[in-house]
Design a protein around this ligand. Structure first.
Ligand code: SAM
Length: 220
């Protein structure tokens, strides 16, 4: 699985990709993440990626032509080109399962007042939103999708966890709540936050029942 991210702020991704299971997945070559500076595909000396909107209005709009050249250079076979926009289809666990089937995902990260609509109409295969709120750019959404899809790639997370999630394929799976030591935490005098009794009972049947009652699929 290969992710190609087109952005005007490539440095945002640097530290993120160096940490945790994503870093391990990259090192083991289970996933590949390539971050591309959109300015590389501009043709003027100022490396312009945005311009004023036709019809007037506040702010700037990202230009179609550098994005077209970037996608043309990056896109391979069996890929999906995704434009992040708050007006897109909502990204969910079932979307992550669908996207995992492609060899390559190309992400276009918008900034400013958004992206020239011709990118949505002519270049992107999918318009995707990570939720009903407006962010400043598509960089965080692209990391959300990288993370959700990567953890479905065999080897990136523990096998047992992935197997469980696969059995509820399109729905997704939410595990039971977890606790660790201490058994009783007292944040202040007279207040005790206790671990549920069944979990510290040592009785495997009780533990199993407690957990089964609380695990669920995402589509309740
Ligand atoms: N008025 C613009 C619109 O409706 O598309 C909002 C632009 S927003 C300030 C800048 C960029 O952030 C967008 O082009 C998009 O790439 C990204 N973005 C903002 N909110 C998002 C969301 N909920 N999901 C996905 N991308 C989002």
């Amino acid at each position: 699985m290969r992710f190609d991210i087109i952005t005007i702020f490539p440095d945002i991704f640097e530290s993120y990709l160096k940490e945790g299971l994503i870093a391990r997945g990259l090192k083991k070559k289970l996933i590949q993440v390539k971050v591309h500076d959109l300015r590389k595909w501009t043709k003027d000396k100022h490396k312009t990626v945005d311009d004023r909107p036709f019809g007037g209005g506040l702010g700037m709009v990202m230009k179609v032509d550098p994005i077209f050249r970037a996608v043309k250079a990056i896109k391979k076979k069996k890929s999906k080109v995704i434009l992040f926009t708050p007006r897109g289809e909502k990204f969910e666990q079932k979307t992550a399962f669908k996207l995992k089937k492609y060899d390559q995902l190309v992400f276009i990260c918008g900034r400013y007042e958004g992206v020239d609509e011709r990118v949505a109409e002519k270049i992107a295969d999918l318009k995707m939103s990570i939720g009903d709120y407006v962010l400043m750019g598509g960089e965080v959404p692209s990391l959300v999708v990288v993370e959700a899809v990567s953890r479905l790639v065999p080897g990136v997370i523990a096998k047992e966890q992935l197997l469980k999630e696969r059995t509820t394929k399109t729905k997704g799976y939410l595990e039971y709540p977890q606790y660790t030591r201490p058994e009783v935490f007292s944040p202040r005098k007279g207040t005790n936050w206790r671990v549920p009794k069944d979990l510290i009972s040592g009785d495997h049947e009780k533990i199993k029942k407690w957990r089964e009652k609380r695990e669920r699929t995402i589509e309740k």
